[in-house]
Design a protein around this ligand. Structure first.
Ligand code: SF4
Ligand code: SF4
Length: 476
């Protein structure tokens, strides 16, 4: 069906007509309002500290820990080596690094389905570093109310000193964070002396400055904006949620209707719910939302509002848990919380299989990469004393963590002799190349083309690689 929209010419020179046109202008971008979070203590805050400290200690401490004579975790890009607790990975092992990332992404998927945004609330570097910066803010500028007053007060010596102290602390934390990060790529015990002797390389200087700015900007200034607008995970995590996923939620059934009251009032008789509308849950929220408005994508499941509300409930002598970890199904009284559900069992099974396969590949991979190519000049040679000879070029990359001495032997061709270098020494990461010749008497060669095998073995026989190729002779 064709619909016709009647058009009418408007005379814009007529002031009366123009006045009737209601033009509304609005900004497409929401204006950011600074969030002043209130400090809160409680059970979940303690859990955050208990999970955060070991992670922070691991992050800042690992580059200083040596393992097997070298830095325990070192991504040595210039030498194409990645050292992780005695395990050395090479560019040839890139597939393993890719597998680690895929497994990590899949684990995040499974954990999100089960525990919601627990990663965001407890372990995400953005959350952890923002908490550190908020702590710096608290000790330099004071409580929430003091900070609001300070920001609205005119500039004074007190304000300058407090702001300087805060930004100095922020920059100090950013510098240590940046140095540590670069220390995973450039040996830490050389990086720090280079810093103090002003002999850092151009790249080291660039990346240190980059991470200082990134940390200072993200944790100091952008904060919840990173979660709201920059983090892709925040956007697609809702896809992983189901009705049994753990979420932080306000129990509207119990809390409404909200309102202020005296502690001693029988609020139920007065038609009030348990929410006293104190706004403390909003004031502690690092992303500045009101959980009472329902599940929102900005919520990082940090549970600070749970601690805040529980404290209020304690003061009012009401049961805790007006805001709590729950599931959509529980809130709707549909069924008991189901941890074991088909989707999660499937994720766990796939994840377990991926980890098992990964470990099998990792611990059974060859620590030497060998490539043998035949001499391209001729199919075979006939020596002066009548022997048939083939030439081979052997390229070998030592992927073990130590220098290796290899012995090279030949199998698969009865009566053949291997000539040239049959032993080889290669330091870790070293690629060696040698030329070899194989000779045989013509009457011992039973076909024009015979499969043969080079056996490359380390001195202690822990590394043993078989490389197949062909021996060519005249047509029989
Ligand atoms: S902290 Fe609890 S009581 Fe206070 S406004 Fe939030 S939900 Fe209501
Ligand atoms: S609503 Fe609660 S759980 Fe969600 S981000 Fe805010 S304080 Fe954290």
């Amino acid at each position: 069906m064709n619909a016709k929209i009647p058009l009418e010419n408007i005379d814009t020179s007529d002031a009366d007509v123009v006045q009737q046109i209601d033009i509304e202008e609005f900004d497409l971008y929401e204006k950011r309002e600074k969030i002043y979070t209130r400090n809160i203590r409680g059970f979940f805050q303690r859990v955050r500290i208990l999970t955060g400290w070991p992670l922070l200690m691991a992050y800042f401490g690992l580059p200083w820990v040596n393992w097997g004579g070298r830095q325990s975790v070192l991504f040595d890009a210039p030498n194409d080596q990645f050292h992780i607790f005695g395990l050395t990975l090479w560019p040839e092992d890139f597939v393993l690094l890719a597998a680690i990332l895929i497994i990590a992404a899949f684990a995040l998927l499974a954990v999100t389905t089960w525990l919601g945004r627990v990663w965001c609330g407890y372990t995400c570097p953005q959350t952890v570093w923002t908490s550190i910066f908020m702590w710096a803010e608290q000790i330099t500028e004071g409580s929430r109310n003091a900070r609001i007053r300070l920001d609205h007060s005119p500039w004074s010596i007190n304000k300058v000193l407090r702001k300087t102290a805060k930004h100095s602390l922020w920059l100090g934390v950013s510098l240590v964070t940046a140095l540590t990060f670069v220390g995973y790529f450039s040996p830490m015990r050389e990086l720090i002396p280079s810093l103090f002797s002003f002999s850092l390389s151009g790249w080291e200087t660039f990346w240190i400055l980059f991470f200082v700015v990134a940390t200072y900007g993200n944790a100091g200034w952008l904060r919840e904006q990173v979660c709201k607008y920059m983090c892709p995970y925040a956007r697609f995590q809702a896809v992983m949620f189901d009705s049994d996923t753990l979420i932080v939620s306000y129990d509207a059934e119990r809390g409404e209707s909200r309102g202020a009251r005296k502690k001693e009032l029988d609020h139920k008789a007065a038609g009030l719910g348990d929410c006293i509308d104190c706004q403390v849950c909003v004031q502690v929220c690092p992303v500045g939302i009101d959980i009472r408005d329902g599940l929102q994508y900005e919520c990082i499941n940090c549970a600070l509002c749970i601690d805040a509300c529980d404290e209020v409930m304690d003061k009012m002598a009401y049961p805790k848990g007006l805001i709590r970890y729950t599931t959509e199904n529980r809130l709707q009284h549909k069924q008991e919380h189901r941890v074991l559900r088909p989707k999660l069992i499937g994720y766990t099974a796939v994840l377990t299989a991926m980890v098992v396969v990964f470990c099998l590949i990792l611990f059974n991979r060859d620590l030497v990469d060998v490539d043998i190519s035949r001499d391209r000049g001729a199919l075979y040679y006939q020596t002066a004393d009548g022997l048939i000879e083939n030439g081979y070029r052997l390229k070998l990359l030592n992927m073990a963590a130590d220098t290796q001495h290899y012995q090279i032997a030949l199998s698969g061709l009865e009566g053949a002799v291997l000539l040239g270098n049959t032993s080889l020494t290669a330091p870790p990461g070293h690629q060696a190349e040698i030329l070899m010749r194989v000779q045989i008497e013509p009457n011992k060669l039973l076909a024009a083309q015979v499969p043969i095998e080079f056996v490359i073995a380390s001195e202690d026989q822990t590394i043993r690689v078989f490389e197949e190729t062909r021996f060519m002779g005249p047509l029989q």
